[in-house]
Write a protein of this length. Structure first.
Lengths: 513, 347
């Protein structure tokens, strides 16, 4: 066995916790992990951050047993570990829990354990305690599919505890949770650490990494570039390690966007057929990025989707001053990458998948050469990190896949580009690239509408934001009239709370833009 | 900087290479299948002491595979778009029966009768498309139901009889010109004794290879089959294409039925019932994925050829029927297993 190479200055580390040494993994000619070293001690929370494509997800996959390493060794408490030796030792809590949606919460906790022969009666006293500890005993008999994401995650934790897992790996666990739910999740993480278990948190959110982790390892190009701890652990320090560098041109374009432009999309008395939003009046100018914010159930998501013709709505919709069918003039990109990419097609084919006339000639003959050149242009323009456009789409990292999804919508040159949470689960470097991509497309005289759930995204990406509460639309807030995210967040919260927005001193009219 | 974009494939030779790699996985698949066909043919050639590779036998193979290949190409479209069609066997019987009854009993001309058979096939395609895309019954159930429904209707229509144009039930002989046209569809004397049905098959293969591999229709078919949800959000014409796939599959079943009827000289309602397994086997051996988004015409042709070789070779060797059945079943499963193994190692 290879085991850990104990170094003189860390003798105890090799005995306790997770020690990863020289972990390597290649996918074809892509090197995902290049001799990654990582040490996670029990009783502490180790953060892992890195740009997309850095190798984080490969590491998570190996620990979750979904992939096997080419080289390297993992030890847990000094014993060699691999997913075949003891998968129960490592519990991975994903953004979307990987459980059985058709079973009840309690069944999910106990399923798969050898000693329970009858699922229905399989919950014993210690498991009952676990259910209580995770505050899910009240919903124990509900089908998993019917409970919230946060409860599903707690079910996953309870299940791992029932299996006596030693290591808890949280992979972007709270990107779809509300603030209260994430706070609760972090409390549970601290409790796990305090109980002497190993906790690893993979996240893109710098503030949370700093607030909750004892140390943060920066993974870059398949290896651990640096471990920040103590005084050195600040948001700025992490950001510095991650960010590609932002261009001054983005700011210029954003400034240009606020000049009075022609109306691109105008909605009047726009109401949802199912009553999710009522009597919305909205004006989106060409060249602007408009964000709509609203909690689930507020009608914001439906309103955004209706602008792409994906939700039934009535009222007057004008495009550049003329009544038109919105579906034909817009392109929609879902927040869920699984719903926007074709896994059986190559990167290049995905990029041109929405095109018709541009890639076909008479008799519907496909113009393969043109497809390839369009794809190469797009990969260059959108700075996708890809070896070749003919590789499978899955060979790309999450952030680059998201760029492809958005680029595929932009290539068709829609007048209105409609996106849901365009950077969900994307690292900070790719985030900036995506914002730049959107900014440039808007600057070309198009309108962009995004559905956002996070204020920092609104602050970074949008020119104007509307809050949707109880199916009603607030007057526009100018993003640039707020100096920082906190100010904007406070204003948005105020509008959300009041539902019917009153007289906001920060409205577009008042700001005199 | 490490996070800069790197290694973009901009080499001058990139275009051709990329175009080849667009089809990379299916090329490997088809190469493997071709190899399997050659090896099995070689084994039979040796075992049968050369009888197997006689010209007459090889041309016979071409005819033997044509029915499965023609129906299989239609099914390939349906499977690529992510649906399934279990009704083609019953439809095959219905088309032959409609042709026989309308021509021999109802007094329609043979041309009208063939046209009517194709209209019936289109109607069944519309029926399958309607229940699958609009009522949203899973196509497995919709076409399974359609299959039984069609078979029952065929028995009713054909009064469970076998029809032979040479001996019409009405007693009135058919127009000799029409009769010879009909027989000629599959029995034209071609140079070298080339089977007429083989020619039909090659013609259809050219058309379908273009459709699936070289047209916008095929590209979108693959996208829709690969991720129907994404296709819907990207506003690809999902319903229209699924309708088209079902209709084309129905028309191919009809074509095979007409050609076989003309070749054999008789038709019965249950004619297509035995097609279900070999056609599916050919398409699956050919590399089409039942989860959609993947499949080629060349693959389906090779799959049909492989099955024809096995059946014919075993017949030449006088193997028992049960041995043939067991071998065909094993080969089908084996092909899929092999495919998964190579796919996994290719990652």
């Amino acid at each position: 066995m290879i085991g850990a190479r104990p170094t003189p200055e860390e003798p105890s580390l090799a005995r306790e916790g997770v020690v990863i040494r020289g972990l390597s993994k290649r996918y074809g000619d892509t090197i995902a992990l290049a001799e990654l070293d990582l040490v996670a001690q029990p009783g502490r929370i180790l953060g892992v951050a890195g740009p997309n494509g850095a190798g984080k997800s490969t590491m998570v996959k190996i620990l979750a047993g979904e992939a096997t390493a080419d080289h390297g060794a993992i030890t847990i408490d000094g014993e060699p570990w691999s997913s075949t030796l003891g998968w129960q030792r490592v519990a991975v809590v994903h953004q979307e829990p990987q459980l059985f949606p058709n079973l009840t919460v309690a069944e999910n906790v106990v399923v798969g354990r050898e000693r329970s022969r009858w699922l229905r009666h399989g919950v014993n006293a210690s498991e009952r305690r676990l259910l209580e500890e995770m505050a899910i005993e009240g919903v124990a008999d509900r089908p998993l599919a019917s409970v919230t994401l946060a409860i599903q995650q707690r079910t996953e934790i309870a299940r791992a505890l029932a299996q006596d897992a030693r290591v808890f790996l949280f992979d972007e666990p709270n990107s779809a949770l509300t603030e209260e739910e994430s706070d609760d999740l972090f409390r549970r993480m601290h409790a796990l650490a305090a109980a002497g278990r190993v906790v690893i948190l993979v996240s893109h959110r710098l503030a949370e990494l700093v607030a909750h982790c004892d140390a943060v390892a920066i993974v870059r190009d398949g290896r651990t570039a640096q471990v920040l701890a103590g005084e050195a652990l600040t948001q700025e320090a992490i950001a510095q390690e991650l960010v590609v560098g932002t261009s001054a041109r983005d700011a210029e374009l954003a400034a240009a966007a606020m000049e009075e432009g022609a109306s691109m999309l105008r909605l009047e008395g726009w109401s949802h057929a199912g009553g999710e939003f009522v009597g919305v009046d909205l004006d989106v100018q060409a060249g602007r990025i408009v964000a709509l914010v609203g909690v689930e159930g507020s009608g914001a998501r439906e309103l955004v989707r209706s602008m792409a013709g994906l939700e039934p709505a009535t009222g007057r919709a004008e495009l550049s001053g003329q009544r038109r069918d919105l579906a034909g003039a817009s392109a929609f990109v879902s927040a869920d990458r699984q719903a926007s990419l074709f896994s059986n097609l190559s990167i290049g084919e995905n990029l041109v998948s929405r095109l018709g006339d541009q890639i076909s000639g008479p008799l519907g003959v496909l113009r393969r050469g043109r497809m390839a050149s369009l794809a190469r242009d797009a990969v260059d323009r959108f700075r996708v990190k890809a070896h070749s456009t003919s590789r499978p789409i899955r060979s790309l990292s999450g952030g680059n896949q998201q760029k492809i999804a958005i680029a595929a919508a932009i290539i068709g040159r829609p007048h209105i580009l409609v996106l849901e949470e365009p950077t969900r689960g994307v690292d900070i470097g790719s985030k900036r690239e995506i914002y730049r991509l959107l900014r440039e497309y808007a600057a070309g005289g198009n309108a962009i509408v995004i559905y956002c759930t996070e204020v920092p995204e609104v602050f970074e990406a949008a020119d104007v934001v509307h809050v949707v509460a109880d199916g009603r639309l607030s007057p526009p807030l100018l993003v640039r009239s707020h100096d920082d995210v906190q100010g904007l967040a406070a204003e948005i919260t105020r509008l959300e709370r009041h539902g019917r927005p009153g007289q906001s001193e920060q409205t577009l009219a008042a700001a005199g833009a | 900087m490490s996070s800069e974009p790197r290694i973009l494939d901009t080499t001058p030779g990139g275009t051709l290479q990329e175009r080849l790699r667009f089809a990379g996985s299916s090329i490997a698949r088809i190469g493997g299948l071709l190899l399997a066909v050659l090896v099995i043919a070689g084994v039979f050639a040796v075992l049968s002491e050369g009888r197997f590779i006689g010209i007459a036998n090889l041309l016979g193979l071409l005819r033997a595979m044509s029915t499965i290949a023609i129906v299989g190409m239609g099914l390939t479209l349906v499977i690529v778009v992510g649906e399934i069609d279990l009704s083609f066997g019953a439809l095959y019987g219905l088309c032959a029966t409609v042709l026989a009854v309308s021509w021999m009993n109802a007094g329609l001309s043979v041309y009208g009768a063939i046209g009517l058979a194709f209209l019936v096939a289109i109607a069944v395609g519309l029926f399958n498309g309607f229940f699958t895309t609009i009522v949203k019954v899973p196509s497995f159930i919709a076409t399974l139901g359609a299959s039984t429904l069609i078979f029952g209707f065929t028995l009713f229509l054909g009064k469970t009889q076998t029809y032979n144009p040479a001996y019409p039930a009405t007693g009135r002989p058919l127009d000799p010109a029409q009769l010879s046209f009909f027989t000629g569809l599959s029995n034209q004397a071609l140079p070298f004794g080339f089977p007429m049905q083989g020619l039909w098959m090659l013609g259809a293969a050219l058309l379908f290879a273009f459709l699936l591999g070289r047209s916008l229709f095929g590209f979108r078919l693959k996208a829709i089959g690969g991720n129907p949800q994404a296709a819907t959000l990207a506003r690809l014409p999902v319903r229209k294409y699924k309708f088209a796939a079902f209709i084309l599959a129905g028309m191919m079943a009809c074509l095979a039925a007409v050609l076989d009827f003309a070749f054999v000289g008789s038709a019965s309602p249950s004619g297509g019932q035995s097609l279900l397994f070999p056609v599916f086997a050919a398409v699956i051996i050919g590399g089409a994925s039942l989860s959609g988004g993947r499949g080629t015409v060349v693959g389906t042709l090779l799959g049909a050829l492989l099955l024809a070789i096995l059946t014919n070779g075993l017949a030449v060797l006088r193997a028992d029927t049960f041995a043939q059945q067991m071998l065909l079943g094993s080969v089908t499963i084996g092909a899929v297993v092999l495919d998964q193994l190579t796919r996994r190692s290719g990652r």
